[in-house]
Design a protein around this ligand. Structure first.
Ligand SMILES: Nc1ncnc2c1ncn2[C@@H]1O[C@H](COP(=O)(O)OP(=O)(O)O)[C@@H](O)[C@H]1O
Ligand SMILES: N[C@@H](CCC(=O)OP(=O)(O)O)C(=O)O
Length: 374
């Protein structure tokens, strides 16, 4: 149940493999139809919905000639290349029969760290959502490299939710929420209906997957919720296949776990999210303690004269780490000078008047705590 009055308009729905497949690990048409009907009900009620759907491997492995869901990466990728098209065909057909158009978006992790591609994804999804289309998003399985994969779609869904400034991330799974310990190990585990922050206890309670098709288990869902929370987005976790669960989830009345931040929690805009979670900082600047107080507590700009030390090579416009005099990272910022320019600019220089940092995300104030996330 939501505590605060929420205006929900834009929703990301994450549908895991286990929510789409039969006992044998193949796509279940009945499950797909049920989910599509629930998404259509949301669309009819005026919600903008983006779907992050797994299921490509499940839809393709039989046609690849495998008897069971494959476990090697090349076979999974080959199965996904067959299955993704089939999955999209089913979604398109189901949505079209209700008058809605589906679109396909395949994403890799590196698409988030490239600012131009990040911007393009943001713009494209906005156009689609504003025009009533239902984007169906999945990892671009066939081109991903093992160590650079999302692997499970929970993290992808959370990052998409941040990218499009969603009001709610709904994660559907094979279980009706987060329990205080793994129900596979503890039959007396209790459902947690409301969680306001991801504490170490919550992280410890979340275990791996209980099924043969699920990839990330509860662990990856909690990490995903943490990413969404850092972007100021509330989440709901519930059981796929439950009647009316999507509508009840947006209305704040579904059975499951609501992850809802306190009303005064921060909310990072899209550009700051990119700096905080996706950018990959290129250098470091150390600032004076006076400057630290000024920029964090007084919301002032950071100037060249505030910078005491510069480490690394970076161009103007790059994202750098901002360190205090003790060497502690206090935030990330997009810098207006290259490392060379910073070293050249003197106190009398005209450039001195230009703030050194154009945009920033700070650890201790200015609306943002930098969680150890990615
Ligand atoms: N604390 C917990 N609460 C609920 N489920 C948990 C917990 N710890 C581990 N799990 C397991 O995580 C599973 C859900 O993750 P997963 O199998 O990856 O599903 P999906 O395919 O929907 O992503 C549950 O079915 C359960 O077995
Ligand atoms: N991209 C893969 C999904 C990976 C996966 O199984 O994700 P999840 O269901 O979130 O554990 C696919 O479409 O098969």
């Amino acid at each position: 149940m939501f505590k605060k009055e929420k205006q929900i308009k834009r929703v990301v729905i994450k549908i895991g493999s286990s929510s789409l497949t039969s006992m044998h690990g193949e796509i279940s048409r009945r499950k797909l139809e049920n989910l599509a009907e629930q998404i259509v009900a949301l669309k009819d009620a005026g919600y903008e919905t983006a779907v992050v759907s797994s299921g490509a491997v499940a839809a393709g492995y039989r046609k690849l000639g495998c008897i069971d869901r494959p476990s090697s990466l090349p076979e999974k990728q080959a199965a996904a290349s067959i299955g993704q098209g089939l999955l999209m065909e089913s979604y398109s057909e189901l949505f079209l029969s209700h008058g809605y158009v589906a679109s396909q978006i395949l994403i890799t992790r590196s698409d988030f760290s490239d600012e131009v591609r990040y911007g393009n994804m943001h713009n494209t999804m906005n156009v689609l959502l504003e025009r009533g289309i239902i984007p169906i998003i999945n990892e671009n399985d066939t081109v991903t490299v093992d160590r650079l994969r999302f692997g499970d779609n929970d993290t992808l869904a959370a990052k998409v939710a941040g990218l499009i400034d969603a009001d709610l991330l709904i994660i559907l799974s094979d279980i009706d929420g987060l329990y205080d310990s793994n129900p596979n190990d503890n039959p007396n585990a209790k459902l947690l209906e409301n969680v306001h922050s991801i504490t170490p206890e919550i992280e410890a309670a979340a275990g791996g997957s209980g099924s043969a098709v699920g990839t990330g288990g509860m662990k990856s869902k909690i990490q995903a919720v943490k990413i969404a929370m850092a972007a100021g987005i509330d989440s709901f976790l519930g059981k796929a296949g439950t009647e009316n669960i999507l509508m009840e989830a947006v209305e704040g009345a579904a059975k499951g776990t609501y992850f809802e931040q306190e009303p005064d929690a921060f909310n990072l805009d899209n550009q700051k999210q990119w700096i905080a979670f996706h950018s990959g900082p290129e250098g470091k600047v150390t600032i004076s303690s006076n400057a630290k107080t000024a920029i964090i507590d007084k919301n002032e700009n950071l100037y060249r004269s505030d910078i005491q030390d510069v480490t690394g090579r970076f161009k103007d416009g790059a994202v750098v780490r901002i360190l205090d005099e003790e060497g502690k990272e206090i935030g990330l910022g997009r810098i207006n000078f290259s490392n060379e320019q910073l070293n050249e600019v003197s106190a009398e220089d005209e450039n001195e008047l230009e703030p050194a940092i154009a945009q920033e995300t700070f650890v201790c104030s200015r609306d943002f705590k930098l969680p150890a996330l990615v």
